[in-house]
Design a protein around this ligand. Structure first.
Ligand code: 3PG
Length: 211
């Protein structure tokens, strides 16, 4: 699993922000992923929170060459398999379960599982996962919690998500055990609905220059 985590980190290649997308209309997926990629955010997460999510992942994987598409909100092995089959290069889960860890062990697709307690982080470590989503970040102690993990859980790094915005992103990225953050603020629903791809590209460009 450590090798797969390394693969995920190399896909990220220093990208400071992963856009977390909820696709209401599948037709938006390709122009949206194109705009984010052009803005410098190539690693993109489409959450399985809408009916069209898997089709959106399929389309982005097939049509947006520069994007590195992943699936989010993966809750069980069935969804893990469906997301991988749709072309996801990585999968993200809000939490950590033994079934998901087993599915990840059997798949070449890296898993970024969520953990917010020392016990969950230690469970991930035991499975060889040292890069974790910290969700919901703001509601779970935010930066203060992440800093408190640094000494006892020194070999683990985090991608906090949940409540991160243009206002607090720089503070999160300044924490040494934060590798990147995730969030929806770089692709706001109103801009997606209005098809304002250039504005989303500009938000992505600003976010890509952080850290
Ligand atoms: C996630 O799944 O990572 C979060 O829902 C993103 O949270 P945000 O919408 O507060 O950025």
């Amino acid at each position: 699993m450590i090798a797969k985590t390394e693969n995920l980190l190399s896909l990220l290649n220093g990208q400071p922000v992963i856009p977390v997308l909820k696709i209401a209309n599948v037709a938006d997926s390709v122009p949206l992923a194109g705009a984010l990629s052009r803005g410098g955010l190539r690693v993109i997460e489409i959450t399985l929170r809408t009916a069209d999510a898997l089709e959106a992942i399929r389309r982005v994987a097939a049509e947006v060459e520069e994007a590195i598409i992943g699936a989010g909100t993966i809750l069980d092995p069935k969804q893990f398999g469906e997301a991988a089959a749709a072309g996801s290069k990585f999968v993200v889960s809000p939490g950590i379960t033994s079934q998901l860890l087993d599915a990840a062990k059997d798949s070449p697709v890296p898993l970024l599982p969520g953990a917010i307690t020392p016990s969950e982080i230690m469970t991930a470590r035991e499975a060889g996962v040292r890069f974790l989503k910290f969700f919901p970040a703001e509601q779970s102690g935010g930066i203060a919690s992440l800093k408190a993990f640094a000494s006892p859980l020194a070999d683990v790094t985090f991608c906090p998500t949940g409540g991160i915005t243009g206002k607090n992103v720089a503070d999160y990225l300044s924490v040494p055990n934060v590798t990147c953050v995730g969030g929806s603020w770089v692709a706001p629903d109103d801009l997606i609905k209005a098809g304002k791809w250039e504005e989303i590209e500009a938000l992505a460009r600003d976010a890509s220059k952080l850290k």
